[in-house]
Design a protein around this ligand. Structure first.
Ligand code: NDP
Length: 311
């Protein structure tokens, strides 16, 4: 019996692209796509995105689960997963795609493009004098693989960038803050706030009515990480009242966002369908393969998720 097969499951990623990419790094890997898994006892590795409830019950000999994305929240607190190391993806392709999303969303507001989009629809020549980017304070919540790069890039463009994380960071050109108390300080001064925080027990509904009200009136909010970090009802209320002027949202409590959801009716919300960043197999495969090699040698995989921390 070969105890070294890998099971692949994803509702969005292309199994054939992953099969090809992985074969170039690990020619001996026995790549099986769910539901054609053969003997489940032969499965040692899982490469999955949003596997359904009970998915892992079948695989008693798992040695490593690799999350096909950066946010591994869907793999934590499950009752079908034996204690086995979980890794998440982190690769330069994912980082640069996320930075492009954040730079676009921030700059759309900083350069008043949202105003010109509406003026264009009205057929109006509507002049708004541009502001220097150095006057515009942007707060990045979460300074991990994605947040740190986005913050550095915005700072390099000339924005006045503030960053917030659990532990204090030192990022050139970014005013860094850490810990719950410092969040109020960051929110209080930033006119554009971007969430790149993972969904964890500690970040759940971190941005509620109180926190949204701390932001300068008319502030812009960009959520490119997980909807769980913000109280959606409070956000809708703040967008209706103008306390929050505009929002760019890539993530939602229910996805796809239901047709009758209030976000669709708000003129000051830009909705994107959870694609701020994606995993590109050809770029991400090196880390995936390296983690498998390490586990085969009895070593720690790369980018291991800490279930107690939740990310
Ligand atoms: P990382 O784990 O590298 O970074 C997470 C950051 O959040 C760290 O800086 C961490 O602090 C900070 N953080 C975590 N908990 C807290 C807390 N309680 N208080 C303050 N800061 C906290 O994750 P990534 O940067 O790789 O990804 C971030 C998230 O983006 C993912 O978890 C995922 O949910 C989301 N994502 C969304 C995508 C999309 O398409 N919409 C695509 C990819 C990712 P510290 O540095 O101190 O540990």
């Amino acid at each position: 019996m070969t105890l070294d097969a890998l099971v692949f499951y994803s509702p969005v990623d292309d199994p054939q692209a992953w099969r090809k990419a992985l074969a170039s790094e690990l020619p001996d890997i026995d790549f099986r796509v769910d539901p054609d898994v053969g003997d489940p006892d032969e499965i040692s590795f899982a490469l999955t995105w949003l596997p359904p409830k009970g998915f892992f019950h079948r695989f008693r000999n798992l040695k490593l689960v690799t999350n096909l994305g950066a946010g591994a929240d869907a793999l934590l607190n499950r009752d079908d997963l034996v204690p086995v190391p979980i890794t998440r993806l982190s690769d330069p392709g994912m980082v640069s795609l996320m930075t492009s999303y954040v730079v676009y969303a921030v700059t759309r507001y900083a350069r008043d493009m949202h105003i010109f989009e509406r003026a264009t629809r009205r057929g109006e020549w509507h002049y708004v004098h541009p502001r220097s980017l150095s006057e515009i304070k942007v707060g990045i919540l979460g300074l991990g693989e994605l947040g740190a790069h986005a913050a550095q890039t915005l700072s390099g463009m000339g924005y006045d960038v503030y960053g917030w994380s659990r532990t204090l960071k030192n990022i050139a050109g970014v005013a860094c803050f850490a810990g719950r108390e410092a969040l109020d300080q960051v929110l209080g001064q930033c006119e554009i706030v971007v969430s790149l925080l993972p969904a964890t027990g500690d970040t759940r509904a971190l941005l509620g009515a109180r926190e949204l009200a701390l932001m300068p009136r008319g502030a812009k909010f960009i959520n490119a990480s997980r909807s769980a970090v913000v109280d959606e009802d409070a956000l809708i209320e703040a967008l209706r009242s103008g306390a929050i002027g505009e929002a760019t949202l890539d993530v939602f409590n229910v996805e796809p966002l239901p047709r009758n959801h209030p976000f669709w009716t708000l003129d000051n919300v830009l909705i994107t369908p959870h694609l701020a960043s994606i995993t590109i197999p050809a770029l991400a495969v090196r880390n995936v393969a390296e983690s498998i090699r390490r586990v085969r040698r009895g070593e720690e995989p790369l980018h291991r998720v800490d279930p107690r921390r939740g990310y």
